[in-house]
Ligand binder design. Structure first.
Ligand SMILES: [Fe+2]
Ligand SMILES: [Fe+2]
Length: 356
């Protein structure tokens, strides 16, 4: 994907800032095995991730907690601070840090945050605090950088807001709470399976974790569907169907403020079909987001297993047999084959999370 213009500008600016930091004539970075600087001794076994830099932005020392925090993201020792964190901080932050360290802005200190991501380790968000090691009557030559990992905290906060929305929608929906939990589990399991297959680059650690929570939101739009339609025994009339189908668009609208677009994608597209006969927009094939194609398989499997007002509960084999007939029609055929390869695990998930 081409970067947008403003992103390009930002990158240019970033390069300027990085170049503006003069490289020391002799980069003689301290080896991790060398003696711990005096000021860092209290932090050696601390749970706080801390590193020490000098005015040339060399990383002098990183404690164990800091190395642990960034394992899988960055190599800290024998490196320059900006080489490690430059791309995660952004141009404005880099400028401010330079000004704090070199010119003493804001009492030689800075605070901000970094966000970084890898396919294997997912997203890491931390707050960053930089402050000087003070020596009497001298400008500081060393700076402590303290990191506070807020990844889980942010995720939980966000999820708690949407979990209450989910509770509200459950009050209206006839499907059980267990249904949405199982749909989360199946979707996460299928995504895990894709992680190791070629052709599914977008499935990374974040994707697996996110779909394992967001799949449950597929029907939140039903909060806006009239009760008499939602609870009607027997078939819906044509106009009732028209209203029923709106739950996809309503769900997308409700979830449009969720920072991860996957939430919206699932709600909007979980009734689209591979052959283009689904709703609301008759998307076909890979026009349907992968997250929604996964949830469709999970949702249909579970709907077949459950007893509903218009049908009996089918056993695992009957459900899978019915679904085989819909391969390439309702379901992405490649994805469906992967589902077939792990279908016993779907049965196990159903069994261990059965309705009371
Ligand atoms: Fe739905
Ligand atoms: Fe469902």
């Amino acid at each position: 994907m081409e970067p947008k213009d403003n992103e390009l500008d930002e990158l240019d600016e970033l390069d300027e800032v990085l170049e503006a930091v003069e490289e020391p004539a002799h980069i003689d970075l301290v080896q991790s095995s060398q003696e711990v600087p005096l000021v860092m001794r209290p932090f050696v076994n601390s749970i706080f991730p801390v590193l020490l830099i000098d005015t040339e932005f060399r990383i002098i020392y990183a404690n164990g907690a800091c190395n642990n925090l960034f394992t899988g993201y960055f190599k800290l020792t024998n490196n320059l601070f900006f080489d490690v964190f430059g791309k995660s901080l952004g141009a404005e932050a880099l400028k401010e840090i330079r000004q704090a360290v070199l010119f003493g802005n804001h009492g030689y200190s800075w605070k901000g945050s970094i966000k970084t991501k890898t396919r294997e380790s997912g997203t890491l968000q931390t707050k960053v605090y930089l402050f000087p090691v003070i020596q009497a009557n001298q400008a500081p030559t060393n700076f402590i950088v303290l990191f506070d990992d807020v990844t889980q905290e942010n995720k939980k906060l966000l999820q708690s807001v949407f979990a209450s929305l989910l509770e509200a929608s459950k009050l209206k929906d006839n499907d059980t709470g267990k249904h949405i939990i199982r749909v989360n589990y199946y979707s996460e399991r299928l995504a895990k399976e894709l992680y190791n297959r070629s052709g599914y680059d977008e499935v990374d650690r974040d994707f697996i974790e996110d779909i394992g929570f967001l799949a449950s939101m597929h029907d939140v739009g039903k909060i806006g569907t009239p009760d008499d339609i939602l609870n009607k025994e027997g078939p819906l009339s044509e106009w009732e169907w028209t209203i029923m189908k709106e739950h996809t668009k309503n769900g997308a609208f409700i979830l449009s403020t969720y920072p991860n677009p996957m939430a919206r994608e699932i709600a909007l597209n979980h009734h689209e079909r591979w052959d283009g006969t689904g709703y609301p927009f008759q998307l076909e094939g890979t026009m349907i987001p992968l997250s929604a194609r996964i949830v469709t398989i999970a949702d249909v499997y579970d709907a077949l297993r459950m007893k509903r007002s218009y049908k009996e509960a089918y056993d695992h084999k009957t459900s899978v047999d019915k679904m085989i007939a819909w391969r390439g029609k309702n379901f992405d055929p490649a994805l469906f084959d992967i589902f077939i390869s792990i279908n016993e695990e779907f049965e196990a998930i159903y069994a261990s999370n059965a309705d009371d």
